[in-house]
Design a protein around this ligand. Sequence first.
Ligand code: HEC
Ligand code: HEC
Length: 222
Amino acid sequence: MTLALGLAAVLALASPPGQLPYATYCASCHGADLRGTSNGPSLRNAGAASVDFELVTGRMPAAVPWIEVGHRGQQLPDATIKAIEAYIASVAPGGTPIPVVTAGGDVANGREVYVENCRHCHGVDADGASVGGAEWAPSLHRTSITQVAEAIRAGPGQMPRFGARQLDDRALRDVATYVFALDRREATPRVPVARDNPVPEGLFGWLAIGALALAAYAFARH
Ligand code: HEC
Ligand code: HEC
């Protein structure tokens, strides 16, 4: 027991920062060497934008291999995410970096970029829409501005990757500004349930709407 603890302590000290959380949360599917296993793809070419997107939207760490998980909100604490990202970047450097975007782009142009490049999948109001089969382009009402830019540059799942040639940094900033400026409400429950959530996502939406309505009512009576 003492030996095991001592050994663990030595390993923790000897291993590069981030290796331990990577081993704990990721290695079973992506492999200790990041080269992938039958449970998950290689992360050697994933790049920082993709890794950050997957972790911050709560898609990763997946609970079950090959079951797509939609946006649930961050699962791991910030510090753990940073450590894992640093570790992956040290083992597999390169790839698309996390894009730096700030709100303050041109919303009107962003809307045009959206209509041209995103609407056919995510829907007119960005409420989410089917992209064929069981695949679903999710609602965009909950994403942060950085996550929008990361999704564009990384192209998660069935979404195409838009490089700087398709959308330059200005278009990226404008469309990210536009999407982030969308109403933060959750979409009407049109998201199919089976694909990603054990609990119907729409249910949360309605509960949230109910809670908001109650709050507004209570506020109005003050
Ligand atoms: C239970 C298995 C499992 C665990 C645990 C897991 N992943 Fe994954 N991961 C997958 C699978 C499967 C995919 C592919 C999903 C798809 O394409 O539908 C994936 C995809 C990814 C991608 C996108 C790769 C690409 O090239 O598009 C990244 C990045 C990623 N995982 C990072 C992580 C990190 C970091 C952790 C640890 C915090 C982690 N994953 C934990 C199974 C897992
Ligand atoms: C071919 C269809 C398609 C196009 C075009 C497309 N997307 Fe996507 N998008 C998807 C799919 C499918 C996902 C879900 C991917 C996953 O979960 O692995 C997604 C995910 C996202 C997410 C993550 C949302 C969340 O809450 O987790 C954002 C943000 C996003 N897309 C923005 C955009 C923007 C902005 C554009 C236009 C520049 C765009 N997408 C173009 C299909 C598309």
